[in-house]
Design a protein around this ligand. Structure first.
Ligand SMILES: Cc1cc2nc3c(=O)[nH]c(=O)nc-3n(C[C@H](O)[C@H](O)[C@H](O)COP(=O)(O)O)c2cc1C
Length: 305
């Protein structure tokens, strides 16, 4: 059996192109970096999204761009744009639980509409040159919606499916529903990737033991909290040093593209939000709260040994 793959989950506002680049350069060990979803808005892609999926910016990194679409029409536009940029892998978001998207019928708002899902997935057949994948939840309102879609999913030419075993209404509350994941796993004929609440290598082992036919795992918050999680050989000092290395690249990139200290600091706060356990509590508070770039930099300096 091939080695299970490990993917970085897309997190809007966190795993942007600069983050993916600094993780790839300073840490690595990830098979695929998914981009946060890009969407169709006012007849095009937003400039911010275009910058994030610019192939030049992502060169050399195994990146999978993700799209979110309400129907086949939106998906068609998004695929045209992405293919014109040169992308040949596209992930379709059917899992986003945020009311702004589900209310418009996107993300996990699609899961209770098998007819729309079918017509969206039909589009993948018209584009055999693209390797499509789907990232989804168990459902929006009940945990059998994804399972009911299995006949359609199994018939669609998909590279893989990532399943996050919660329903949309839960957002990220409660525990992943492993039983419902297991039901989906049993009926799924596509390479399946598990996603949800993985924070250690032991968690990965446990999931792979419980589901030996898994294609891989996708990790989001756990990797943001500890970007070197996958490297067992590192000491705590080495982990911190890699985190600071990532920070330093990230800082330079952010400084070159953002204007003004406030904008820069807001961006940097996102970098520090998750890895709070890797640094002293007091320093974390200072990094997250300060509105002075000078104080920010001195807090970062205090972390260097
Ligand atoms: C702030 C935030 C933004 C997210 N943005 C996206 C997104 O753009 N696309 C997507 O498929 N999932 C998105 N997710 C869901 C994550 O990809 C992932 O499924 C979720 O965090 C659970 O995995 P984890 O427990 O490993 O973090 C987001 C989650 C959070 C918390």
């Amino acid at each position: 059996m091939p080695r299970p793959i490990v993917c970085l989950a897309p997190l809007q506002g966190y795993t942007n192109a600069a983050y993916r680049r600094v993780h790839f350069d300073a840490v690595g060990g990830i098979d695929y970096y998914y981009t946060p979803f890009v969407r169709w808005e006012k007849g095009g892609l937003r400039n911010k999204d275009l910058r994030d999926i610019d192939p030049k910016v992502n060169a050399g990194i195994p990146v999978v761009p993700q799209v979110i679409a309400r129907d086949c029409d939106e998906l068609r536009h998004l695929c045209d744009e992405l293919q014109a940029l040169g992308w040949r892998r596209i992930d379709i978001n059917m899992g986003c639980p945020f009311p702004m998207q589900t209310g418009a019928g996107r993300g996990c708002g699609l899961l209770s509409h098998p007819d729309i899902v079918a017509s969206i997935l039909e589009e993948t057949r018209r584009r055999p040159e693209v390797a499509f994948s789907v990232k989804m939840r168990l459902g929006q309102k009940d945990n059998t919606e994804a399972q009911q879609l299995l006949p359609i999913l199994n018939e669609t030419p998909l590279e893989n499916i990532t399943l996050h075993p919660r329903i949309g209404r839960q957002q990220y509350r409660g525990k992943p529903d492993i039983e419902a994941f297991s039901d989906f796993y049993k009926g799924c004929k596509k390479p399946l990737i598990y996603n949800g609440d993985i924070t250690t290598r032991e968690d990965i082992e446990r999931i792979l033991q419980a589901f030996p036919a898994l294609h891989g795992v996708m990790i989001g918050r756990g990797l943001l909290a500890n970007p070197t999680m996958l490297l067992p050989e590192l000491t705590d000092d080495e982990r911190l040093s890699r985190l600071l290395q990532m920070h330093d690249y990230f800082f330079v990139k952010a400084q070159s593209s953002l204007q003004g200290d406030q904008q820069l600091l807001t961006h940097l706060h996102a970098f520090w939000q998750y890895p709070q356990k890797m640094i002293p509590k007091k320093t974390h508070k200072e990094l997250m709260k300060t509105s002075s770039l000078r104080n920010y930099l001195s807090a970062v300096e205090s972390l260097r040994k």
